[in-house]
Design a protein around this ligand. Structure first.
Ligand SMILES: [Zn+2]
Length: 654
């Protein structure tokens, strides 16, 4: 069976009124098709291994594309009924995935392929087969009946625990009540929105919009301490037994399918490869960050000592988390003076959006053609075709949807979503960016976020030109996927790049000296930031591996070993450390991919960020292959050597 090679057409989305029924129809037909494909594979599998692998990949293409689309629409569609039906579809797809992964007869079709047949597959098809068999085994499909029943129970209970853990974090809001005069330092608009109650006190909650400015700006050290203690006790004590049960069940699951512990099970399908490599990595980063941490802490401490006599219970030897954000902010303001009001005048949204397209188009050798007259889910959404070549050689690579401004009922953060999984000649890759940026002047932070998220989108499109759905787009190991986006952030920090689109109302480009100051302010604290991250990573790893009875006691030890900040008595930050749910033992991921991002970027010439040879090599060797090779091999193909830690360490030390 060979796929037709004519260019596939993009999706055409329905209007708002018909979306609900359109999703329902697509859901029932896709579920039926995938089930039928699984049944056909079991009843009368294709005679050849390639036919088996191809049939499975086709079914997964349908399943994955629908999953991407409903996840997007559940987060952006203005009609609530559509969002609800999309959430229902997501749950139904999850159930089907679990059911298929535990179907012993289906597994037998793949496991029973004659050896010479499997050996005759081309390398990519063989890789699809190997990954498929690995998925089945990790789900425990080849274990005895009693084990499979227990695995099912564990998975169901883990889902409940994960939901409970998140719900408690979300719902547990603590409050601190203080006299208005003790809130001096808070932004004027915050104070205006928070008048005193009848008893003359103002309520400060542990939610970010209150707690973060309070910890950053309030001059009264005791108020900062109270807010910090309240914030780092959210979820406690309720979540401690929830977490202990979660760690125990994850451990049991891993051992039932043949691994020594959860971290080993989890790391097997990641770039880091083994559980043991995680604490090694944490210690390596911690060592590299030691001197840079001390350097920046000394600056903070010097400023802190000017005030220390007026801080009750303070020691001049160390700053606690109750004061760290406040003094960091003070040092930034007093010593690294960057006027954020001035910075904003150079980042007008329409120019930034065009700048992003021009910069990435030039870098990756593509152009973006605006598409009007197509249906989208909201009038704010801008649609572009991603195109390579001109005239007869013109080739449409994919389609992107940019949904970049806030509105009611929409996802609150910034993320890239898939709309269609790309497979050459079969289906065009389509994806969306969902963000919440101002329509006017933007913070530079948001410009960096835009470049970061666009990195995922361009990876989805450029990596969506291959033969297999399994490897399409951002299909690399989970601890690698942030690296291309973290690297693309560098283009939003380069003065020469910025001057091409960051111009003020008079058309003057942002001065290089200002960009230099912005970078210096951003770099301040990178050493102690790395150490804080390694403290979190150590908690995530050792809690899963050791499963301590007293989580607080173990956390205090790890804090002493890794964190720049001493333990603040009677606090239990882990109870609201939401990443213990999603990242589990792999919180190291963010730093791991940053190390690789820095190494990837070292191949580019800072004096010529658009060097065409290196940019094309990066596109073709790292992004275009999607998940068709191990990430370590993609990086080595690009760099011409295995990745190393050196560029990151040098950056940290600089
Ligand atoms: Zn990202």
């Amino acid at each position: 069976m060979s796929a037709p090679m004519s260019e596939p057409e993009p999706l055409s989305l329905p209007d708002a009124e018909s979306t609900e029924s359109w999703i329902q129809e697509r859901t029932s037909s896709t579920l039926a098709d995938v089930r039928a494909a699984a049944d056909r594979l079991k009843a009368s599998p294709p005679a050849d291994a390639l036919g088996v692998v191809r049939a499975w990949d086709d079914a997964m293409l349908a399943l994955g594309s629908l999953a991407g689309m409903v996840s997007l629409l559940a987060n952006v569609h203005p009609v609530e009924a559509v969002r609800t039906v999309c959430e229902d579809t997501e749950a139904a797809l999850d159930r089907l995935r679990t059911e298929l992964s535990q179907d012993a007869d289906l597994y037998a079709v793949f496991a029973g392929l004659p050896e010479d047949e499997a050996a005759g597959l081309d390398p990519l098809a063989a890789r699809v087969l190997a990954k498929t068999l690995q998925d089945f085994r990790r789900a425990g499909v080849d274990r005895d009946e009693a084990t499979r029943v227990r695995l099912k129970e564990i998975n169901e209970r883990l889902t409940e625990l994960d939901q409970e853990f998140s719900r408690v974090i979300r719902d547990d809001v603590r409050t601190v009540r203080v006299e208005p005069e003790r809130l001096a330092g808070m932004p004027a608009d915050w104070l205006e929105a928070h008048p005193a109650d009848e008893d003359g006190l103002v309520t400060v909650t542990s939610d970010y919009p209150d707690a973060l400015p309070a910890r950053m700006f309030v001059h009264d050290a005791d108020v900062r301490r109270q807010v910090t203690v309240a914030s780092t006790n959210r979820g406690w004590p309720h979540n401690e037994p929830v977490l202990r049960e979660m760690f125990d069940l994850r451990h049991e699951l891993a051992t039932l399918v043949g691994y020594p512990d959860w971290a080993s099970y989890d790391a097997e399908v990641k770039m880091i490869g083994s559980g043991d490599a995680i604490p090694e990595f944490i210690d390596k980063i911690a060592a590299a960050a030691e001197a840079p941490m001390k350097r920046d802490l000394d600056v903070l401490l010097a400023r802190y000592r000017q005030d220390v006599d007026s801080i009750p219970g303070a020691s001049a030897a160390a700053i606690s988390t109750a004061d760290s954000l406040y003094y960091e902010e003070l040092v930034r303001k007093e010593q690294l003076d960057v006027d954020s009001q001035l910075v904003r005048t150079y980042f007008d949204f329409p120019k930034v959006r065009q700048g992003l397209l021009d910069v990435t188009g030039r870098l990756f050798g593509v152009s973006y053609e605006p598409v009007s007259d197509v249906q989208t889910w909201h009038e704010d959404v801008a649609v572009y075709d991603v195109v390579r070549g001109e005239g007869a050689a013109r080739e449409r690579l994919g389609r992107i949807y940019l949904d970049l401004h806030p509105r009611a009922g929409k996802y609150k953060h910034a993320a890239q979503f898939d709309l269609a999984t790309g497979v050459k000649g079969r289906q065009l890759p389509e994806g969306a960016l969902v963000c919440n940026f101002s329509r006017g002047l933007m913070e530079h932070d948001h410009v960096v976020t835009l470049f970061h998220e666009f990195g995922h989108l361009v990876h989805h499109v450029l990596g969506g030109q291959g033969e297999w759905a399994r490897f399409s787009g951002v299909a690399t190991e989970w601890d690698f996927v942030e690296a291309p986006s973290q690297m693309l952030e560098e283009w939003a920090w380069d003065a020469d790049v910025l001057r091409t689109f960051a111009t003020n109302a008079d058309g003057e480009p942002i001065p290089a000296e200002l960009v230099e100051k912005m970078r210096a302010a951003d770099d301040f604290g990178k050493g102690y930031h790395a150490r804080t991250q390694m403290f979190y990573a150590a908690v995530s790893y050792w809690f899963h591996t050791e499963r301590p009875q007293d989580l607080t006691a173990r956390m205090v030890e790890l804090q002493a070993a890794y964190s720049p900040w001493p333990y603040l008595p009677d606090t239990h930050f882990f109870a609201a450390f939401g990443h213990l749910g999603g990242y589990s033992s792999a919180y190291y991921t963010y730093m791991w991919s940053l190390v690789i991002a820095k190494d990837l970027f070292s191949a580019f010439d800072r004096a010529d960020m658009f060097g065409p040879e290196v940019a094309a090599r990066y596109r073709d060797k790292v992004l275009a292959p999607g998940g068709s090779k191990d990430a370590a091999d993609l990086v080595e193909d690009f760099l011409g050597r295995p990745f190393t830690f050196d560029t990151y360490a040098a950056w940290l030390a600089s």
